[in-house]
Design a protein around this ligand. Sequence first.
Ligand code: MN
Length: 239
Amino acid sequence: MMNNQETTTFPSLNRRDFLNVSAGAALLFAMGSFPGVLRAATAHALPPLPYADSALSPVISANTIGFHYGKHHRGYVDNLNKLVAGTQFADLSLEKIITGTAGKAERAAIFNNAAQVWNHTFYWRSLSPKGGGEPPSAVKQKIEVSFGNVETCKKELATAATTQFGSGWAWLVLDGGKLKVVKTGNADVPLTAGMRPLLTIDVWEHAYYLDYQNRRADYVNAVLDKLINWNFAADNLGL
Ligand code: MN
């Protein structure tokens, strides 16, 4: 049975467990953005949306959020719980499942669902009803070191998001001390490559089709101008 909820208490990790955590998960732990990420959970829960489902309107409608969060994100959580039940992954944290299944063809279903749970939780937090505008000065400084200016950074994000062929994600990441933009296909997530995600934009069609149909660029530009949550990037940078 998968009735255990997040409130179940688990023994804290010992040092050896901690050292066994992959670089990506350790980074996340250091970020402190996901309290309890290293706690083994016998059932993964759908994290609450950080705002009302109408809060991102008109850039992203409540209708889109209803399907995207309520059906797609929830579906990944439910699938993951079914897939890991009774396996070696049953009691592992989401990050340990992702890093433990990445690149293994025989574990693709578990990886895809686990990574999509993680990606969507990160995506909701990458957006804010009060987003867009200028990054906080500490983030702006880092952007200027790596990109020259904020406009170039946004342009690179828009290009990655609009040129990702098929389903996937555009990301602002920290990689070897520098900020950069990368894109990933399907469920792939930069943390398996040792990069620290700072922000993401979902470019699966389900993210924008109800509101923008085939106009992915309009969705991406509106997100970058009105919703992108630079404060979340600051949190992820530890600023
Ligand atoms: Mn999505």
